[in-house]
Write a protein that binds this ligand. Structure first.
Ligand SMILES: O=c1[nH]c(=O)c2[nH]c(=O)[nH]c2[nH]1
Length: 295
């Protein structure tokens, strides 16, 4: 005897672009995003009995995202994600939860002839602003906002020593090293009882994103880092104190290692310790340090 223990389905990688035209000012704003939708509810019979009468086709989900993008603001992504998630729960009575993921891709306005160009943009870094909005019947909307893929490096101001030295340990203790990571930082908001509460919070979303980004970058630069663990904890503490409506902050930081290269084999060339200048960036394996800090 077997049973269906969990089921959800939806459309992933829905690519959407929206333009806002300000005819008076002669300027345009653009937003490009990738949206994913997953639905949960009374859908088991579609798996177990080939009963498609309970299925909102994933193609329909894609169409719905396009229509809602036309009819509603797509910014901030927290609002659009909540709008899409709430739509599915409100529209189909057998759908009890909708999970929406949004990745916002950067289009930064160009400066041309010293002025902001009215309608030309460039990709200013590979980092994205991400949102997950989950609408659950009888509960409300849970939103997690995030910065993803922000690649950072500091060439000094980082140490790592005092870790366990046993018969497996070979890593030298260092008081000065290169620290590089690709920042994934998320912050979970207190549950919004309904979509109206999300709308009321709209100005807070951009403020929180700006604070999280600034805290991440400044702490990374200024902290005399004892470890990735300790530096990321300091970031979490500051974000929790800057954004009262956030209940938890999480980081996932790969440690992108740069290895010293011993060149003493070549005419006694000194390139280790304080003489190290040329390093070998490593792609794998990498450390992966994660934490969640809550109130
Ligand atoms: O900041 C660090 N934390 C670790 O846990 C660790 N482990 C390691 O090999 N290097 C580092 N660096």
């Amino acid at each position: 005897m077997v049973k269906l223990s969990a089921a959800r389905y939806g459309k992933d990688n829905i690519r959407v672009y929206k333009v806002y035209r300000d005819k008076e000012a002669g300027t345009q704003e653009v937003v490009e995003m990738t949206v994913g939708v997953l639905l949960l509810g009374e859908i088991d019979t579609s798996y177990t009995e080939a009963d498609n009468s309970v299925v909102v086709a994933t193609d329909t989900m894609k169409n719905t995202v396009y229509v809602l993008a036309k009819q509603h603001p797509v910014s901030p992504p927290e609002l659009f994600g909540s709008t899409v998630a709430s739509h599915f729960v409100d529209t189909y009575k057998h759908i009890h939860s909708a999970q929406v993921k949004i990745i916002v891709h950067k289009w930064t306005r160009m400066t041309v002839d010293g002025k902001p160009h009215p309608h030309s943009f460039f990709r200013d870094g590979a980092d994205t602003r991400n949102v997950e909005a989950v609408a659950t019947e009888g509960k409300g909307v849970d939103v997690r906002s995030a910065i993803a893929g922000l690649l950072v490096l500091k060439s000094t101001g980082s140490a790592f020593h005092g870790f366990i030295r046993d018969e497996y340990a070979t890593l030298p203790e260092v008081s000065d090293r290169i620290l590089s990571t690709s920042v994934d930082c998320g912050w979970a908001w207190e549950t919004f009882p309904n979509l109206k509460d999300v709308k009321d919070a709209v100005p807070k979303f951009d403020d929180a994103w700006n604070s999280a980004r600034q805290i991440t970058v400044e702490t990374f630069a200024k902290d005399n880092s004892a470890s990735v663990q300790n530096t990321m904890y300091k970031m979490c503490e500051q974000i929790l104190s800057a954004v009262p409506m956030v209940k938890a902050v999480d980081y996932s930081l790969p440690n992108k290692h740069y290895f010293e290269i011993d060149m003493s084999w070549h005419k006694g060339l000194k390139n280790t310790g304080k003489d190290a200048e040329v390093y070998a960036p490593q792609s794998d394996p990498n450390g992966l340090i994660e934490c969640t800090v809550s109130r």
